[in-house]
Ligand binder design. Structure first.
Ligand code: FES
Length: 106
């Protein structure tokens, strides 16, 4: 099922935001011209990555960072590159852009 999250023009370049769709908590990321989405659940402890609203990047904006125990995740693949769950992955959600709409497949 496709669900519209937002419009392309709602997002800045290198921005990540949280969306709640029913019981699903998602992270949508616009990064260097591409779109990525993951379930907002860290594979280390299955907690949301963020503590503050929409804070998902590390200080250099090169990785997604879990605010709980600082795991760093590759933005393009969701694979943990540093921290307590190295090698584990975020659960990816398929994103597509149709005209100005950003949709996810749930
Ligand atoms: S819950 Fe994410 S690093 Fe521990």
């Amino acid at each position: 099922m496709s669900t519209t999250l937002c419009e392309v023009s709602d997002f800045q370049e290198c921005e990540a935001r949280e969306f709640q769709i029913g019981d699903q908590n998602l992270i949508l990321i616009h990064w260097h011209g591409s779109w990525y989405a993951y379930r907002n659940s860290c594979p280390h402890a299955n907690w949301p990555l963020n503590i503050q609203p929409d804070v998902f990047f590390d200080s250099d904006e090169q990785f997604l960072q879990c605010s709980n125990h600082m795991a760093l995740f590759d933005i393009e693949t969701g694979v943990c590159k540093a921290g307590p769950c190295v090698g584990d992955s975020l659960s990816a959600v398929r994103v597509k852009v149709i005209e100005n709409q950003v949709l996810v497949e749930l």
